[in-house]
Design a protein around this ligand. Structure first.
Ligand code: NDP
Ligand code: ZN
Length: 351
């Protein structure tokens, strides 16, 4: 089969591989739609997960089941399915402890285009199919289903990590597709005010549609100073970080109220340490919590989040700014993601 791969750090290309072998719990899926992610860009051009050779890229997609292992109970050949970017081993000790994304090692629930070939192939392999696939409802298009692989669950996980409550004032730092889903998730959780940080015009427009009440540009000075000014020096109850750098944490701590929580889903690609400002952290006693997490993945989450899309509560189509047709277009879509033109939120390739 053909696949679009990382050949080595900084280099991509088309390769031929054997179709993946199935274990008894696994499924083989033929893609219907695919989407590149900022994480694919980090993987190839920043060497974020170390060097990989001839590894098929991609972890966002949906498809049709082409084969199933002998133990798979709930899915059969021909089913249209969604799959999350994170595909844990559901019988692992870590999953039993409530951290499926770290099943078999820290961050090891992330398998596609990390420990095995990703979804940018003519077929892709899904481990633990009964736990990691979900039926794609007719009400959701394949392009929309790609957003449910990673953008919806990751943005919403930021909201879960920050534990947004009714009436909270929430700061969302970064309004790429992940941050936009954090804005939408915070609005659904009942935030009364959502301050969103970003500059790309399409993202700003969509953030407002999703429920952002105030837009802040990080290019206009420190985020904390702008937030404090907008909130009468009170600060915010919750922060979700979906963009920025290691230095963003200091800004978040400075404008967080005592008792507040910061939920980070941003990938930190550089810098040795995260600095916490001593005084604004209550000289060690401010009850300001910082949590960071990879999204959990799994079938139950896919089913629940997709029901929010089906019911119209989350309109993921607003994030799809660029559409391509044909499998070979994943290459163009990934390079578009790398270049990140100002009008891009998310590209999708429909096969
Ligand atoms: P984007 O690059 O599309 O968006 C990043 C956002 O951050 C933009 O709004 C950008 O603003 C803003 N930003 C850039 N620099 C700063 C800064 N200095 N201060 C504040 N905001 C800034 O990324 P994605 O939405 O695709 O992904 C966000 C992150 O989430 C990535 O790091 C990605 O790797 C990670 N991720 C994590 C996952 C998880 O499971 N935890 C899963 C998937 C992705 P502007 O509008 O100006 O561009
Ligand atoms: Zn992704």
């Amino acid at each position: 089969m053909k696949g679009f791969a990382m050949l080595k750090i900084g280099e991509t290309g088309w390769i031929e591989k054997e179709k993946p072998q199935l274990g008894p719990n696994d499924a083989l899926v033929q893609p219907l739609a695919l989407s590149p992610c900022t994480s694919d860009v980090h993987t190839v051009w920043e060497g974020a997960i170390g060097d990989r050779h001839n590894m098929i890229l991609g972890h966002e997609g949906c498809g049709v089941v082409a084969e199933v292992g002998s133990n798979v109970k709930d899915f059969k050949v021909g089913d249209r399915v969604m799959v999350a970017a994170i595909t844990p081993d559901w019988n692992s000790v870590e999953a039993q402890e409530g951290f499926p994304m770290h099943s078999s090692g820290m961050l090891a629930g992330w398998k596609f285009s990390n420990f095995k070939d990703g979804v940018f192939g003519e077929y892709f392999h899904v481990n633990d199919a009964d736990g990691n696939l979900a039926i794609l409802p007719d009400s959701i298009s394949p392009a929309e289903a790609c957003m449910i692989s990673d953008m919806v669950p990751t943005g919403f996980h930021g909201v879960e990590l920050a534990d947004v409550r009714f009436g909270d004032t929430v700061l969302v730092i970064g309004i790429g597709p992940v941050g936009l889903m954090a804005v939408r998730g915070a609005a659904l959780r009942g935030a009364s005010r959502i301050l969103a940080v970003g500059t790309r015009p399409n993202s700003v427009e969509v953030a407002k549609k999703y429920g952002a009440t105030d837009i802040i540009s990080y290019k206009d000075g420190a985020i904390d100073a702008q937030v404090l000014e907008l909130t009468n020096q009170k600060g915010v109850d919750r922060v979700i970080i979906a963009g920025g750098t290691v230095d963003t944490f200091a800004e978040a701590v400075r404008c967080l109220k005592p008792g507040g929580i910061i939920g980070n889903v941003n990938y930190l690609g550089g810098g040795e340490f995260i600095q916490i400002p001593r005084v604004e952290w209550g000289v060690g006693m401010g009850h300001k919590t910082i949590v960071g997490g990879l999204m959990p993945g799994g079938r139950a989450r896919l089913e629940k989040l997709s029901s929010l899309v089906s019911s119209g509560k989350v309109d993921v189509s607003l994030m799809i700014t660029h559409r391509f047709e044909g499998f070979e277009k994943v290459e163009d879509a990934l390079y578009l993601m790398k270049e990140k033109p100002r009008d891009l939120i998310k590209p999708v390739v429909v096969l």
